[in-house]
Every structure is written in structure tokens, then in C-alpha cells.
Design a binder for this molecule. Structure first.
Ligand SMILES: Nc1ncnc2c1ncn2[C@@H]1O[C@H](COP(=O)(O)OP(=O)(O)OP(=O)(O)O)[C@@H](O)[C@H]1O
Ligand SMILES: [Mg+2]
Length: 450
């Protein structure tokens, strides 16, 4: 049985009865009103999934009812009932936001179908709202973290630029948070309630990317069996994140330029342009200026994208953010109870140069948490690759031994043995044939304490 709460408004009692009997049989919960005014009062206190209203009524007409319903809840669909004579007014109502109209001569099947479609529409709108809210909540728990002067500059720029509708180009190495900051820009903009749509321009072959971005009309190529809406249309009212924009082919670059200049798209195989209302935020980890010099990237597109440039600094240049980030990831990873790092362990994470930036740090912290059950993670729990960073021994074979001092040689040998035994001092001293206090003295002398 179908479910849904339907309000019927018609000054003719018989019409109300006819509709309510038919729709109740379908399983709907139906309430009827012969006055638009009374019905709108009811809507103040109660919510309905669908309103069906006559257009010609003495006291308050259908168009007024329509605007009243939209005022109290814009997601409630309204179906207009009309006699043939007032078809024009019914069309006017649809233009003003009614879901559909039905003539009073409509067959029962047609009425039921329109009702079901309207309710499905309402359900999808509600679901959509719910999902958007979820996304927003999810995003709020995934905030961009940082307190270094470099990140503070980024945050300042985002605060100033987000509310404008200007196109932005984010530049940064892999894992520096380009997508995260793009979302932050979206949620801090006037478009926060609209969609955030993202696509990686480097991940799809050209023809597929083109139809994903701009859509296509049926029959425009083999396999295009239906019209397809492009992501630019899906992103209407929101923000479109073009990731790895430097990977776009010359043909796509021309089309993107058109979007930014004319604010319209032409679907693949189509002839008529469609207006698009999106804010574009693009990102790249490539040097687009070099791309221009080498003829791979259009200069005009670059200038259209680069209205507000934003650069995310690599993690190695803002090491003061590392403790904060580690803390943040530890908190989000440990569901029950707090996990901590000893100062030694933190120090090891800080001296590493993080070529994969924040993503790499996040992965390492996650790995340490998963592989160790203790509450306090120590230096030994830091993966060896990171623990030994900067201490990689130079193999003596490769060196011109003649140019090495005895001290250099001793230092290299110490590092090599210590690396082999995972920096366990007792083991190392027994291999080296010295006692542990001598080993500690040597480590101190060479600045190798860990
Ligand atoms: N400052 C930050 N604070 C908290 N988390 C961050 C920060 N920067 C990045 N992250 C996290 O690091 C991961 C990588 O971020 P993101 O995907 O935004 O990077 P990216 O620059 O788009 O990388 P790529 O170029 O590889 O696509 C994500 O899980 C993100 O949540
Ligand atoms: Mg990315």
C-alpha cells in the first residue's frame, strides 16, 4: 500500500469526496478542505506530503494557495486542479512552482500517476536534503587543521575569498589538502546549501570526461542511448571542483574556457547552450605556467582560473603543524580512550620530510594505531623508514675511503649497525664489542641520540 499525507482543497464538496475516496483506496491519508484559507491555517501546524488544489475558488484562489504552501514549506509539491477553461492559469501555476496540473476530466489512472510522481519527488527532495546535511556534518568533523603562519595565511585568504563567487585555483603538492580546502571554500560560501561536485580531470579518457562534464544528447555517439545531464548541470547552485585541471586535453580546455567566459555549456551532440550557475574551484599539483610555455595549457584558461590563486605549502615547510595534526588524527582514530605519542616518537615524525604530505602523515598515524594496542606509542613504534630518515648510512664501499676521517667512518658504522638492529642499544653494543655506556657516549658525540 502507498503511504503519504495528502491535502485536497476544492470549494466543490463533490470533487473533494471523489478524490478522497479514490486516494484513500490507494492507501493514502487524505484530508479535504473547501476553503483555501482554512487549509493554509492547518498547514501552519501540520505538514502534508502533497497538496492538491482547485484553481477557481471564491475566497482564495489556487495561485494564492500555491504561494501560501510554498511559504510554509517549499518542499511540499502542489498539484493544480483545473477545468479546461482555466488551463492558462494552470500553466502559470506550474511556472510559479506547482509540481503539475490535472484537468478535472482526467482519468483516475492519470490522477493516481501524478500523485505518485509528486510524492516520489517529495521523497527524493527530502532524502537529498538529509544527505546534504549528513555531508555537511561529515565535513565539519574533517576540518583543515593548522596553526603555522603559512596555514594561517591560507585560512585568512579562504575567509576573504570564499564568500565571493570568484574562480579559484589551488596549487599544492599531492596530499597537501587541496580537496579538503576546496570543500571548506564551498561550505564557507553562499553556495553552502548547494551541491559540491568534484571530478578528477586526469582520471578519465577525453571523450568520457567531456560527456561527464557537459552531458550529452541521445544518439550523439554509440552508447548514448539517453540524454545525460553533465556534472556542470548537476553542480548548479553549488561549487564545482576540477581536480588536476592541468591534465585536461586542449579540446576540453576550450570548453572549460567557454564555461568560465559565457557561463554556459553545450552538451556533446547538442546545439543549444544551457546556462550554468556554478562556482569553479580548480586544483593542480603541476606547474601550469610551465604547461603554458610548453604549449600544453591554454594561457587564456589559466588566467580565467587563476582569479584567486591559493597555494598549500608542503608539510616539510610547516613542521610546527605536525604535532597538531598528529593529535587530530589520533583523536579521530581512537574511538575509546585517548592514544598518545611519546615526545621521542613525535620528534621522529617531525624530523621526517613527508613527501606525501598530510595524507602520508595520516596514513602513518593510522598504521601505528592499528598495529599497536598500547595507549602510548613510542619511538620504536614509528615505522623504520621514518625512524631512520636522515640517518641512512652511506655505504663504505661507495665512498672514497681515503677521504674519510676515522670519526666519519665510525659514525657511519654506528648508524649502520643501529639500523640493522632497529636501534636497540644493547644489541648494537654487543655487536660492536663495546659496553652500552661507551655506545651512549659515542651517540651523544655524533648527535645520534634517539
Ligand atoms: N590541514 C589538514 N588538516 C587535516 N587533514 C588534512 C589536512 N590536509 C590534508 N588533510 C587530509 O589529508 C588527506 C589528503 O587531503 P586531500 O585529498 O585534500 O589532498 P590533495 O591535495 O587533494 O591530494 P592529491 O593531490 O593527492 O589529490 C585527506 O584525508 C585530508 O582529510
Ligand atoms: Mg586531491
Amino acid at each position: 500500500m502507498a503511504s503519504g499525507k495528502i491535502m485536497i482543497i476544492d470549494d466543490e464538496e463533490s470533487m473533494c469526496q471523489f478524490l478522497s475516496i479514490m486516494l484513500r483506496k490507494e492507501g493514502f491519508d487524505v484530508q479535504t478542505y473547501t476553503s483555501g484559507r482554512v487549509a493554509l491555517e492547518k498547514l501552519q501546524a501540520d505538514s502534508f506530503d502533497l497538496v492538491i488544489t482547485d484553481i477557481h475558488m471564491p475566497e482564495m484562489d489556487g495561485l494564492e494557495v500555491l504561494s501560501g504552501v510554498k511559504e510554509s514549506d517549499p518542499t511540499t509539491p502542489v498539484v493544480i486542479l483545473t477545468a479546461y477553461a482555466s488551463l492558462e492559469t494552470a500553466i502559470e501555476a506550474v511556472n510559479r512552482g506547482a509540481f503539475h496540473y490535472l484537468t478535472k476530466q482526467a482519468k483516475n489512472e492519470e490522477i493516481k500517476m501524478v500523485v505518485k510522481k509528486a510524492l516520489e519527488h517529495r521523497r527524493l527532495r527530502k532524502e537529498n536534503r538529509f544527505l546534504k546535511k549528513q555531508l555537511r556534518i561529515q565535513h565539519e568533523t574533517k576540518k583543515m587543521i593548522g596553526k603555522s603562519p603559512m596555514m594561517n595565511e591560507v585560512f585568512d585568504l579562504v575567509a576573504r575569498a570564499a564568500p565571493t563567487d570568484s574562480t579559484m585555483l589551488i596549487h599544492g603538492e599531492s596530499g597537501t589538502g587541496k580537496e579538503l580546502i576546496a570543500k571548506e571554500i564551498h561550505y564557507a560560501s553562499k553556495r553552502a546549501d548547494g551541491p559540491f561536485v568534484s571530478i578528477n580531470c586526469g582520471a578519465l579518457p577525453e571523450t568520457l570526461l567531456e560527456s561527464e562534464l557537459f552531458g550529452h544528447v541521445r544518439g550523439s555517439f554509440t552508447g548514448a542511448v539517453k540524454d545525460k545531464e553533465g556534472l556542470f548541470a548537476v553542480a548548479c547552485g553549488g561549487t564545482f571542483f576540477l581536480d588536476e585541471v592541468g591534465d585536461c586535453s586542449p579540446a576540453i580546455q576550450v570548453k572549460l574556457l567557454r564555461v568560465l567566459q559565457e557561463r554556459e555549456i553545450i552538451p556533446v551532440g547538442g546545439t543549444r547552450p544551457i546556462d550554468v550557475d556554478v562556482r569553479v574551484v580548480a586544483a593542480t599539483n603541476a606547474d601550469l605556467e610551465l604547461g603554458i610555455e610548453e604549449g600544453r595549457f591554454r594561457a587564456d584558461l589559466y588566467y580565467r582560473l587563476n582569479v584567486i590563486p591559493l597555494t598549500l605549502p608542503p608539510l616539510r615547510n610547516r613542521k610546527d603543524d605536525i604535532p597538531l595534526l598528529v593529535d587530530h588524527f589520533l583523536k579521530s582514530l581512537s574511538a575509546n580512550g585517548e592514544r598518545k605519542l611519546t615526545p621521542d616518537a613525535l620528534e621522529l615524525l617531525t624530523q621526517y620530510d613527508w613527501p606525501g604530505n598530510v595524507r602520508e602523515l595520516e596514513n602513518i598515524v593510522e598504521r601505528m594505531v592499528i598495529l599497536n594496542e598500547k595507549d602510548v606509542l613510542e619511538g620504536d613504534d614509528v615505522p623504520p623508514r621514518i625512524r631512520n630518515f636522515g640517518n641512512e648510512p652511506v655505504t663504505v664501499e661507495d665512498q672514497d675511503l681515503g677521504s674519510m676521517s676515522l670519526q666519519d667512518l665510525e659514525k657511519q658504522h654506528l648508524i649502520r649497525i643501529l639500523n640493522d638492529v632497529g636501534w636497540q642499544k644493547r644489541k648494537a653494543s654487543s655487536i660492536l664489542g663495546i659496553n652500552t655506556s661507551t655506545l651512549y657516549r659515542k651517540l651523544q658525540r655524533y648527535g645520534l641520540e634517539q
